[in-house]
Design a protein around this ligand. Structure first.
Ligand code: SAM
Length: 268
């Protein structure tokens, strides 16, 4: 098999496996090409690609999400703001990353974004199910919301959510390592994502931060491992992140929450 044929075989094998069926083929191809170059054979490269996809996103989905059911639940609650928020919380609980934020959700955006003027457009980079936190964002209904992630089924669901809620904007399947966002915005949310990108490509976090065309970034890090251990993890992320901010001369406000450490960064 030529290298191109091997790559197509790898992509087919990975996308054929239930867990990664909906992942962006471009993203699988980019990781697969790198792994084929680094591993002794196709089988080892397929295994390494699946491992990388697990670290990037698979680890945060403990079971496949029934998006049809999730949307039905949201539809039922639409029209009653309290019931709708409860339904959003229930759906956010299906993704580990948003589930970890639920205990702090009432404070998280209200505190970290208190001084931020109403944005015309917000980018949610590697969004997971975070767009369902839209009712908690202290912004007017006209704010345009643009969200990116690598799972096509999740992105389709988020577009349905935007239609249901009348939120202007869209969700898009996009590998933000290979194609960082290029749509100008007033604020970018980069929540608990940099460590996932770094696991795939060591330089990806700084490339993303430099490229994102927004003057303000809300960047956060998990305060504990997926297994629940704390192990000084946030301190480690903070040291690394501050080095990156210092090199660019970007000021940041720091917000510490029980499950997450956040920084509101001014670029430039
Ligand atoms: C820890 S979760 C954070 C999700 C969300 N930002 C939040 O805080 O709830 C990491 C997310 O990054 C996404 N992701 C990983 N690599 C990506 C890439 N190269 N491009 C876009 N999204 C990516 C995963 O699918 C997953 O949804």
């Amino acid at each position: 098999m030529t290298r191109d044929e091997q790559l197509e075989a790898l992509v087919a094998a990975v996308l054929g496996a239930g867990k990664y069926r909906a992942v962006s083929p471009d993203f699988v191809r980019a990781i697969g090409a790198r792994e084929l170059a680094a591993r002794p054979n196709l089988k080892a490269a397929i295994k390494a690609t699946k491992n990388a996809l697990h670290q990037a996103g698979g680890a945060f989905l403990d079971a496949p999400i029934d998006y049809g059911r999730a949307l039905a639940r949201l539809r039922e609650a639409a029209g009653d703001p309290e019931a709708f928020r409860a339904a959003c919380r229930a759906v956010m609980a299906l993704h580990t990353s948003t589930r970890e934020r639920l205990p702090i959700l009432d404070q998280f955006y209200a505190v970290a974004l208190a001084g931020v003027p109403a944005p015309g457009r917000v980018l949610d980079v590697a969004c997971g199910l975070n767009p369902l936190a839209r009712p908690w964002l202290p912004f007017p209904a006209e704010t345009v919301y643009v969200a990116y992630d690598i799972y096509a089924d999740q992105i389709a669901f988020l577009n349905d959510f935007f239609v249901l809620t009348g939120t202007p904007g869209r969700a898009e399947v996009r590998d933000v390592i290979g194609r960082p966002p290029d749509e100008p915005a007033d604020l970018a949310l980069i929540l608990k994502t940099l460590p996932c990108l770094e696991a795939i490509d060591r330089r990806a976090p700084e490339r993303l931060l430099d490229a994102v065309p927004a003057p303000r970034l809300l960047v956060s890090f998990p305060a504990q491992t997926l297994g629940g251990r704390r192990k000084g993890m946030a301190a480690h992320y903070e040291t690394q992140f501050r080095r990156l901010l210092d090199a660019r001369g970007w000021p940041a406000e720091r917000f510490e929450f029980a499950t997450e450490l956040a920084f509101l960064v001014r670029k430039g």
